[in-house]
Design a protein. Structure first.
Ligand code: NAD
Ligand code: MG
Length: 461
């Protein structure tokens, strides 16, 4: 059986969801049990055959999708209820743009943020979700009576967020909390068998094998939001797993792509926060400048697509138009191109397996366009090598690299360490950590804390 089979993913999703928790009464009444069961069996078979289980399979057929959706419930007209975790961030606000631009397709069910309550309340007034979650109780306490629109309720704290994410009323979870803090709610969503539009790459960097196994057990799905992984997900629709020889992740090269090694020592946070092609949150913008973002993405791809690290490569492409490529055994390279706009991969992750019109900018092919590619320079950007190493080692390497980097970026933004120290301290902590090949989630958390302390100690010396 090959990937070209026009199997419908909507059926898989309905089947997996029904299996893991009760559906809303209306949908239950409409659902046809026989279709669900045969779909689930088919899914299980294809999963084993492809060995790529919890990634929502890229291989679908649009018209078949619509047909089978109608068979399982005739609810194609009902908007999917979306939980947006990290709604006040760069990905979160772009997600709300997509939802607003696709009327009738999605409805915001829950918006969650850490402590940026002013923007969160503005968002709640604009889109009237059922729930607003503020993770920081101090920030939540400042919310005045009557600040929420009618029909919207407030919940506080990370436990409340985990519970609400698992609600049967949530159809899609957008995981867009930044950093290691995003792991627990993504975990909760997968535990409940949800389909997760995953921006929080840290979940897979820290606990890739554990999260993929959890999704396999619960029927949860991950559709990537990261533009590179979205491109790969799309390119994989053209071949089988056995036919893939290499995945090439493109990288903009960041603001210091052409700067000399000597001058990188003097880079300031202000300079590093100016990205040439993407507008993103501060943490990932610094990661793009050091190219640690590509290191994290190598690890993310390793677990998401179940490919050995040796099949993953990085190519610098300053225009950020080719978002990544897949090379097949016959030498064909399939790439996905679009203007640099995160709303497209977000919409793809929300709408998969369907495609429809959305807010994303289009190319103007009447204008000349140049695409450049070059290998990354390992001397100026040593972080990329750390990504290859951590992807190859697996185990606790990803969690330690991620935690050391988060702490080092914080130190750099606060003026405690230099730009070039970031990769240096990460390399040292990665080398010195007590490696475990098959960690539990507790091991991951313990080593995350250990790595942060090591960076703080190093910065204080
Ligand atoms: P951001 O800093 O702009 O926003 C972060 C969001 O997370 C905010 O809503 C904030 O309130 C929330 N948050 C922070 N700490 C939290 C906590 N402890 N509990 C609950 N919520 C918390 O970040 P971003 O750029 O939107 O990135 C979000 C994630 O998406 C990151 O994992 C990043 O790597 C990934 N990503 C971002 C982009 C991009 O273009 N911005 C692209 C690819 C992947
Ligand atoms: Mg990316």
């Amino acid at each position: 059986m090959s990937w070209e089979i026009p199997f419908n993913h909507a059926v898989e999703e309905e089947a997996a969801r029904n299996d893991s928790h009760p559906m809303p009464e209306k949908t239950q009444r409409q659902t046809h049990a026989k279709v669900e069961v045969s779909a689930l069996n088919f899914y299980t078979f294809t999963v084993i055959h492809r060995g790529l289980s919890p990634v929502a399979m890229p291989f679908t057929h649009r018209s078949a999708a619509a047909d089978v959706r109608a068979m399982v419930g005739g609810n194609a007209a009902e908007p999917l209820r979306v939980a947006v975790l990290g709604s006040t961030g760069s990905i979160g606000t772009s997600t709300l743009d997509v939802i607003a631009a696709c009327p009738g397709r999605f409805s915001p069910y829950l918006l969650a943020a850490h402590r940026s309550t002013r923007l969160l309340l503005e968002q709640a007034q604009a889109c009237r979700p059922r729930w607003v979650v503020v993770v920081d109780p101090v920030a939540a306490a400042e919310i005045g009576v009557g600040a929420l629109p009618e029909g919207t309720r407030l919940a506080v704290g990370p436990e409340a967020l985990d519970d609400l994410v698992q609600s049967p009323e949530v159809d899609r979870v957008v995981s867009a909390i930044v950093g290691a803090a995003g792991l627990r709610s993504t975990w909760a969503a997968l535990e409940a068998g949800k389909t997760v539009a995953l921006a929080n790459k840290e979940t897979l960097v820290m606990a890739g094998p554990l999260a993929m196994r959890l999704a396999e057990q619960t029927g949860g799905r991950i559709v990537p939001v990261d533009s590179e992984h979205s491109a790969i997900h799309q390119a994989l629709r053209t071949g089988t797993a056995a036919e893939v020889t290499r995945i090439v992740l493109t990288a903009s090269g960041g603001p210091f792509r052409t700067r000399s090694r000597e001058t990188l020592v003097d880079v300031t946070p202000e300079e590093a926060l100016k990205h040439p092609t993407w507008s993103m949150g501060p943490k990932i913008t610094i990661d793009s400048a050091t190219m640690m973002n590509k290191a994290l993405e190598l690890i993310e791809a390793r677990w998401l697509f179940g490919l050995p690290a040796a099949k993953l490569a990085v190519l610098v492409h300053p225009q950020s138009i080719v978002h990544s490529m897949v090379e097949f055994v016959d030498g064909s390279v399939i790439a996905q191109l679009s203007p640099p706009d995160m709303r497209l991969p977000i919409q793809y992750a929300l709408s998969h397996p369907e495609r429809f019109d959305g807010p994303t900018r289009r190319f103007d092919f009447t204008q000349a366009m140049t695409l450049d590619f070059a290998p990354p320079d390992p001397d100026r950007f040593p972080a990329v090598r750390l990504g290859h190493e951590a992807a190859a080692r697996g185990g606790t390497a990803g969690a330690v690299l991620n935690a050391a980097n988060e702490e080092a970026v914080r130190g750099f933004l606060e003026g405690a360490i230099r730009f070039t120290d970031i990769a240096e301290v990460c390399a040292r902590v990665l080398d010195e950590h007590p490696f475990q090949p098959e960690p539990s989630l507790d091991d991951v958390r313990r080593l995350d804390a250990w790595a942060r302390q090591e960076v703080v100690k190093w910065a204080c010396v």
